[in-house]
Design a protein around this ligand. Structure first.
Ligand SMILES: [Zn+2]
Length: 375
């Protein structure tokens, strides 16, 4: 098994702002933990420095007028009509270099795609990617350029069949919308219900349209859903869908904002549940382009994505975090001393209502979606 990790410290040149929940330092913290565990120094592993995408790559999905606005915003100054494109104070600020940042993130996703599509290896991971909310002409939910869509489009242009699995706490709305009317991509999103969380979409009855009918799949979870109900629903739906569709490549968005102590969401996954999901995905994916995503507790991000990278490489990590990492991480407020450390009291809130609700959703998907999907 050959794998690639795409990364550059140049990510740290960019900053969404002092009060913004998406802290780019989480990428560096993840990289540091991977290095501290020695997960860069394996014969089957390549570390590939990120190279910016080209402007024409972004145009594979985004409109010219929107890209022009982003380019103009690259100097960090707010333009008069930026708000028409979802830009401005709040979720999608105009910060210096935002266009360059987008080129870097998208470039890393395309490098991961090219590595896998060219058969250089089976798995590639871009922790900076997974910006799944960006729309064709609008920034949304901290996302300016939709790198998953652009990466999947490149896979399609190479004749690959793609299943997209999105385990971020938020619905992968931008990716779903991009492929809503095609049967070339099967999108599956597991997320907190749109009744209680941004972006307010991703209900089970959103199944695609026209030729794409049946090729958008949504598993909306009620707040406080924990490991058991999440894994049960995943197991009931995802393996069978992948089995029927027979993809060449699985693209995943691996957001870690599903954890009980994430500050922005209400799903109650533990890192142990996340680990089990990642192992299932690895078993399902013939080839795997893995992208990052949300995650606003930086200790969770670093530990979960390091664990993900270990799983991709078939390595079992010991739980004791390396001392060299702990010293640096303490400066950023990281208190956990173990990889899988997770307070046990709160992450298993289950109730009968949630179980009944998810049984209903799973039943609906089996009745409505399964019969419509073809190899
Ligand atoms: Zn999210």
């Amino acid at each position: 098994m050959k794998t690639a990790f795409i990364y550059t410290d140049a990510y740290l040149d960019y900053d969404y702002g002092p009060t913004h929940p998406l802290r780019i330092i989480r990428l560096k913290l993840t990289y540091d933990l991977i290095i501290a565990y020695g997960l860069h120094d394996l014969p089957s592993v390549q570390f590939i420095p990120t190279v910016k995408a080209e402007e024409k790559d972004l145009a594979a999905f985004h409109s010219e007028e929107y890209l022009n606005i982003l380019k103009q915003g690259n100097n960090g100054i707010l333009l008069g009509d930026a708000s028409l494109y979802g830009l401005g104070p709040g979720d999608n600020p105009i910060f210096p270099g935002l266009y360059d940042w987008s080129l870097l993130v998208t470039g890393a996703t395309l490098q991961a795609v090219d590595f896998v599509a060219a058969g250089k290896g089976e798995i590639a991971f871009n922790i900076a990617g997974g910006l799944h909310h960006a729309m064709r002409s609008r920034a949304s939910g901290f996302c300016y350029i939709n790198d998953p869509v652009i990466g999947i489009k490149r896979l399609l242009s190479r004749g690959k069949r793609v299943v997209y699995i999105d385990i971020d706490a938020h619905h992968g709305d931008g990716v779903q919308k991009a492929f809503y009317e095609t049967n070339q991509v099967l999108t599956i999103s597991l997320h907190e219900s749109g009744h209680t969380l941004f972006p307010g979409t991703g209900f089970e009855y959103e199944i695609g349209e026209g030729e794409g009918e049946g090729y958008s799949v949504n598993l909306p979870f009620p707040p406080y859903a924990g490991d058991e109900i999440y894994l049960w629903a995943f197991e009931e739906v995802v393996p069978e869908l992948v089995h029927i569709f027979q993809p060449d490549v699985v693209v995943t968005q691996l957001g870690v904002d599903t954890f009980y102590d994430d500050p922005l969401t209400n799903i109650h996954l533990s890192i142990l549940g996340y680990e089990r999901v990642l192992k299932k995905i690895k078993d399902l994916a013939p080839r795997w382009v893995a992208l990052g995503g949300g995650g606003y507790n930086i200790s969770n991000v670093a530990r979960a994505w390091t664990l993900a990278w270990a799983i991709m490489n078939g390595i079992e990590l010991k739980d004791q975090l390396p001392e060299s990492f702990l010293r640096e991480a303490a400066k950023m407020g990281v208190e956990e001393r173990e990889l899988r450390e997770h307070p046990k009291a709160r992450h298993d809130i289950q109730n009968e209502e949630n179980k009944v609700e998810m049984e209903r959703v799973v039943h609906y998907i089996k009745e409505t979606v399964f019969p419509r999907i073809k190899r």
